[in-house]
Ligand binder design. Structure first.
Ligand code: PMV
Length: 378
């Protein structure tokens, strides 16, 4: 089937929170990690991406600072979608990735019985993105936005978008092949295509083989982010990936992360939240210790981070401890059994009040990963 003129594609992709972290690249140009990582895919903390293909207008790919059309009535987000405030370089990164995906799909599609259409050189592509993180939440959006951009571009490139929809729904290998492509834009975005728990290993063979559903008898979970500060990061994650290797604690890091991933897989398979909490706590401290001890030490922590960690370290000794982890930022992620969500919401709100300075709580839950929202023809 040949696609009709001027179609408009919209998708959403959630962020993910790593329990064993990707920190340190083996190959910077292709975002290959030094060690395997394992994350939980989120749901309402997500990005929307839209591509409008127009047969008229200036040819080329353009990021437009507008909310994706027709998404204002959508629900199920952590906050109302907002257009990110992208710099010129940020917008260029977006269009470069869309162009990369446009070119790469012709090599990926045939293995899945799909055909990539010839995008006419005269066509203009308008790219719109939005994040459902409150703008002051200090939450990095690169994982969710690059996953969303990869998926929407691939969909827009399919000769038969209906076949694409079927493949996306039915084939874990296809989702993983697109995850691998997403990795080139942002490493951690490759773990947002699928869910609820995704392991990313090396990728020499392919992310496809390792981004998989674990047989998880873990109880239903709730996820919170205690947002203690919304200041912009002083050190980008790209710089952090380089800096960590100068820490004396880098020695043995890869082996420890490998062992932790194995331990975590066993804990997930056994539904052992207490073991998961222990692993996540050690891993989070290890990543931040790498930051604190590298040749030019830096810290993402704010005073509120310490208040939260102090309180939560006590909770770690309870019979159902929370899973606590930090990303490369000052905010504290807490995962608990959904049945205890109300109790934890109260506890974490109390910590937010003690921290003051506008600290607040975001609530989310695990999901199955990125989804196709709509395909329309104008
Ligand atoms: O995907 P990047 O290059 O922004 O790396 C982010 C890595 C961490 O978020 C700090 C950890 C992880 O595994 O997600």
């Amino acid at each position: 089937m040949v696609i009709m003129a001027d179609p408009i594609f919209t998708v959403r992709a959630p962020s993910n929170i790593a329990l064993v972290k990707y920190m340190g690249k083996r190959d910077a140009s292709s975002n290959l990690p030094e060690n395997p990582s394992l994350s939980m895919t989120l749901d309402g903390l997500c990005s929307l991406a839209q591509i409008e293909c127009r047969s008229s207008g200036d040819a080329g790919i353009r990021w437009v600072p507008e909310l994706p059309l027709g998404t204002s009535s959508l629900s199920g987000f952590s906050a109302a979608p907002q257009v990110p405030d992208l710099s010129e370089a940020g917008a260029a990164k977006v269009t470069r990735h869309v162009s990369r995906v446009q070119k790469a799909v012709s090599e990926i599609f045939p293995a899945f019985g799909l055909v990539a259409r010839d995008v006419p050189a005269s066509q203009s592509w308008f790219v719109r993105t939005a994040n459902t993180f409150p703008p002051a939440s200090g939450i990095a959006s690169s994982a969710s936005s690059f996953a969303a951009l990869t998926l929407v571009t691939a969909w827009a490139c399919a000769e038969d978008p209906v076949d694409f929809e079927k493949r996306w729904k039915d084939s874990g290998d296809f989702r993983a092949a697109l995850a691998q492509l997403s990795r080139l834009g942002s490493g951690s975005s490759c773990r947002s295509m699928d869910g609820p728990f995704v392991k990313w290993q090396d990728a020499d063979v392919s992310v496809a083989k390792s981004a998989f559903h674990l047989p998880v008898p873990v109880p239903a979970l709730a996820h919170f982010v205690l947002v203690v500060s919304s200041r912009a990061k002083a050190v980008s994650s790209s710089d952090a990936h380089v800096q960590v290797k100068t820490s004396p604690l880098w020695n043995g890091r890869v082996e420890r992360a490998c062992a932790r991933v194995q331990e975590l897989e066993r804990a997930l398979a056994a539904g052992d939240l207490t073991a998961i909490a222990k692993i996540a706590w050690s891993e989070s401290w290890e990543m931040h210790s790498l930051f604190h001890t590298c040749a030019e030490p830096f810290s993402y922590w704010q005073p509120g981070t310490m208040v939260a960690l102090q309180e939560l370290s006590v909770a770690l000794r309870e019979s159902s401890p929370p899973v606590v982890t930090l990303d490369a930022g000052p905010n504290v992620h807490v995962i608990v059994e959904a049945s205890k969500s109300a109790e934890w919401e109260t506890r974490l709100n109390r910590i937010a009040t003690a921290i003051g300075g506008g600290a607040f709580l975001l609530k989310d839950r695990p999901s199955q990963g990125a989804t196709l929202i709509s395909r329309e023809v104008l």
